[in-house]
Design a binder for this molecule. Sequence first.
Ligand code: HEM
Length: 553
Amino acid sequence: MTPAIAFLLAMTFLISIGGIFLMVWGLANDQWGDGEEAAKVIFAEGELGREEDPALTGVRRKGIQKEHEEGDLNIDEEELAERRVFDRSGRTPVLWWLSSSIVWLLLGSLFGVVASIKLHVPDWLIQDAVLTFGRVRPAHLNVVAYGWASMAGVGVGIWLVPRLFKTPLLGGQYATLGAMLWNIGMFSGTVAVLGGMSEGLEWLEFPWFVDIFLVLGGALAAVPLLMTILRRRVHHLYVSAWYLIAALVWFPMLLITAKLPLFTGVEQAIMNWWFAHNVLGLWMSPLGLAAAYYFIPKITGTPIYSYSLSLIGFWALALFYSQVGVHHLIGGPVPTWLTTLSIVTSVMMVIPVLAVAINHHMTIYSRWRMVLSSPTLRFVVAGAMMYTFASVQGSIEALRSVNVITHFTHYTVAHAHMGVYGFFSFILFGSIYFILPRLVAWEWPHIWAIELHFWLVFLGFGIYFWPLSIGGWLQGTAMLDATRPFMDSVLLTMPYLKARSVGGSLMTLGHVVFAAHFILVMRRMGPASDAPPKLMQGFGKRKNVEVANGAKS
Ligand code: HEM
């Protein structure tokens, strides 16, 4: 074993050990003493059973609206009023992180569509080096991964902090500064990659000086989390808090390790995939799961199905995930024991995934109809289902017999989008629908725009994912068939690549609708709400707008 591989394994070990230390701290501080009761910590007194955020169409809207107005549920109104103040306490930093993420979403999607079209119209936009595939593709990946997904994830995470700890956000100015630095990093990194200044490693293309901004920005975003934890008014750290803390500790560790000038040749490839896969598993997944574990029970008014299971899921992720990345190098010139280790841990990931899947799906089971009436729930539940799908698919894809077909094909790209888009981005969309009205005290003005956004991205993603997976599989089998010329495996993918461009364009259109709607709320167009946002009663009709505005809280 070379020193560089030993170092990587040590870092992996450190991540797991960090998890064990947290577990010991939790035991010592009686974090598990409350058992299943702890799941109720996110509700106000008397709030259990009451739904939050029912919106969109349907008869239910009227019923729930009536319930809110009659206020016959014995809820601690003082606590609700206090929560409204907490909700707005992170207004400036959260708006910085979220608004910036939406700008990057639009830009990243545009790069994605351009890169996609180029794969079936290869002579398009080749006069200028800036627009060649080799530059647009990494620009797309970095902009969507670090600009959109990461910034939106941090914004959602910061907003959740006061809700989880029942305390106003402290130190928000550090997170605002963090967003500014992160944006500077994103801007310079994107210009650098488009200008040809890339480090040449996937997911790590930004030059080293850009990463300084990202590490500092991320570290500053963690400050309010730590400051608010110390002043929290609840003893128990709800499972979402564990995920948030872990994500904000793991990401800087990953980025700093990956950028150390220790790795060359094959070791560099090992480090590259250790990092890239951990960005999904130890950064995006915890942020997405933190949001899902909050919004699904909170909106349905039902505590999480099995709180103990949720904690088992968290610790299993902390212990198993950090070694899975090397499955990207199966069949490559790396030690067999290393790939075998990563295959074993990839399969072991079934444990935390099932824990999360059972919990999310069983919590929503008796309330599944609410996905028809709540935009947040519709996006978040779709995202949670795609988390299960992407994770189980990933464990199967890591098996040597399957990987031999899917490796080096478009199948992997489809799988990557199932994770970063289907799971994480859907949860982020849903979370933003919940958060923004509470942050700026202004309703989403057009229910039809939320519906349109959902269907454009849902159908668009279906058209993206399924054809690309089928095309990728056929491509893999064609490449393995020694009797067929290599060009067969290229040509047969053409219709599937075209389908991807259609699906990707629909997704991009959905993002434009979402961004335009976001701007309307920011510009305070449409109905206001000083009460808990209800998003109900057919906006646009004067009478109903008054109901929304005047509703007692
Ligand atoms: C928020 C939205 C999106 C996210 C988070 C996202 C994420 C990603 C990721 C993680 C990769 C790397 C995949 C890999 O190497 O295995 C990637 C590549 C790619 N994405 Fe996206 N993507 C998004 C939207 C889009 C859209 C709208 C399109 C339009 C068709 C698109 C087209 C592509 C293409 C063409 C590649 C390169 C594939 C290749 O090299 O073969 N993406 N994207």
